[in-house]
Design a protein around this ligand. Sequence first.
Ligand code: ZN
Length: 441
Amino acid sequence: MNPVDLRIGPALVVPVASAPFTGYVEVTAGVITHLGPVPTEAAATTTAASAGRIIIPGLVNTHCHTSQQLGRGLGDDVDLLTWLHDRIWPYELALTEADAELSALVCAIEQIRNGVTLIADPGGRHVDGMARGLATAGIRALLGRSAMDSGEGRPPGDRESTDEVLAPQDELVVRWHGKDRMRFSYTLRTIFNCSDELITETVDRARRLGTVAQMHVAEIPEENEHCRATRGTTTVRHLDRLGVLGPDLLAVHAVWVDDEEIALLADRGAPVSHNAASNLKILGTPRIADMLDAGVLVGLGTDGAPSNNRMSIIDEMWLAAIVQKGVRRDPTVLPAEAVLRMATADGARALGLADVAGTLEFGTAADLVVIDPLTANFATAADPVSALVTALKTENVESVLCDGEWLLLDRRITRVDESAVLAEAADRAAAVRRRAGLTIS
Ligand SMILES: [Zn+2]
């Protein structure tokens, strides 16, 4: 019998796709080769003792602006258009490719520390830099280039035609799709800044590549008003009329949608990325419980550092659940099991990567998180699976395996000198703020 690369256990294993059990996970060549109450008889090249630990699938962050990591704190206490026009666009314009690389690396480190092994980046300007940062960190990612070809408010020097937006994305596919742990994903910023031609061409390209297109959808009431004025109907209805609403268009936020639009999202199989904290901070509160009742596929996302400040899917799980219970005044909505699935299996499905990530099963990628429950916030929990949503905190994440490689081991980032990276990032963030004229602090 050939040896296995890694045997972890005994631990409480929560595969999400099947019932929790106490036992072992075995990994060979980056793939799960055994799950069960007893280990196989094969020798193990390495083992990880995990008595008392909980093993869950790597978490999935369906909306994570890696190039905004150096802009944390730039968007506090302002409305969306001030946030975008006066803070984020100047920040993004001041960012160099080297800054974007460091920003993505620091963002990925924070994600890994929060148990995330797969992120969807809705796009920045310096995709090569972002890709290098993510490759250094080792995390799985959908890469994107921020795509805008129209609309008012764009800063000078940042205006591109439809072709100028699409052609570089086609080149990026060649360069990065399938490289390291990355895939490319075509992106659309918002209906304010995307022509119908760009929208249809983008989704067409995503379909041909077999990837999802990501788009910010129905973020604020003014967006629907703008869409009505320019296209005659609301964003979701317009996207459906264009024939692009479907499983390959990830609708990010979807805060301002009515019953008919929720039914459209469900009928067309269009997934939604729910970003509870960023929504509450800037946009409003989406009807996620209603969407789940209607059969909409929902994953969770953090958004970017200036939109959320906390970039933790662990926090998002807790917040998503508790906010929807309050909104519906019904404590039974978004039960813990469903929320854990949103942060894992459903998130992976929303990104079109259910075959790669989101569950622990024989033959799936070895992306998993080892949770240490022996902390004051968790140790006494009556139901450890429920506590993964209600009590879990970032500090419970002990180790993170991605593609069979430890990216976090015993709370230490394995690939880079984390302290040195963070010190450089703090200096670089201050330099970007100075160049952008953003002297907030
Ligand atoms: Zn976003």
